[in-house]
Design a protein. Structure first.
Ligand code: ZN
Length: 180
């Protein structure tokens, strides 16, 4: 049975370390960790989670975009596990949009990200894959990949004036007509 994991909060050193490459993808405790991360991100209304956020400094993250109370306008996709990911291409064009983080609850910031990226990774079945992502999902991938390198979204916000608390952010997206 999958377990709900505790989520590391900003200030814990695990969020500031470079995570280690995964060796054996078929390792049973590693597969159990992935199941637990899938359960944890769904329970927390997250759209992604990286292993360092559950105190495991390894190069694994999950992207799981779906419309939910924390991201009302998120597109729906099957949760996807990316192991040892590497960006192989990124668009020159960037765009700024809102991000939050389960490790920094209650805060949102405007973060510039590449509009589209291509990423090479291993699936949880050890299959080498390369996928192109755009828009909101490309944003999630870049956010989670940052976690594997000890970077959080606050590091990429261009001005502290582009940081807001969740309560006010909900009003802003409602005004922009993005909340459904
Ligand atoms: Zn995060």
């Amino acid at each position: 049975m999958a377990r709900l994991l505790q989520i590391a909060q900003l200030g814990h050193p695990v969020l500031r370390q470079r995570a280690a490459e995964v060796g054996d993808v078929h390792d049973l405790p590693l597969q159990a960790l992935i199941d637990d991360m899938l359960q944890t991100v769904a329970d927390a209304n997250g759209v992604g989670i990286a292993a360092p956020q559950v105190y495991e400094s390894r190069r694994i993250f999950i992207i799981a975009s779906w419309p939910n109370p924390r991201y009302p306008y998120a597109p729906k996709m099957e949760p996807t596990v990316l192991i040892n990911p590497a960006i192989t291409w990124q668009s020159e064009a960037t765009e700024k949009d809102w991000e939050g983080c389960l490790s920094i609850p209650g805060m949102r910031g405007l973060v510039p990200r590449h509009k589209a990226i291509r990423v090479r990774y291993l699936s949880r079945d050890n299959e080498p894959l390369e996928t192109e992502y755009s828009g909101f999902v490309a944003r999630i991938v870049q956010h989670e990949l940052d976690h594997l390198n000890g970077i959080v979204f606050l590091d990429r916000v261009e001005s502290t004036r582009e940081l807001v608390m969740q309560k006010e952010w909900l009003k802003i997206v409602a005004r922009q007509g993005r909340a459904e």
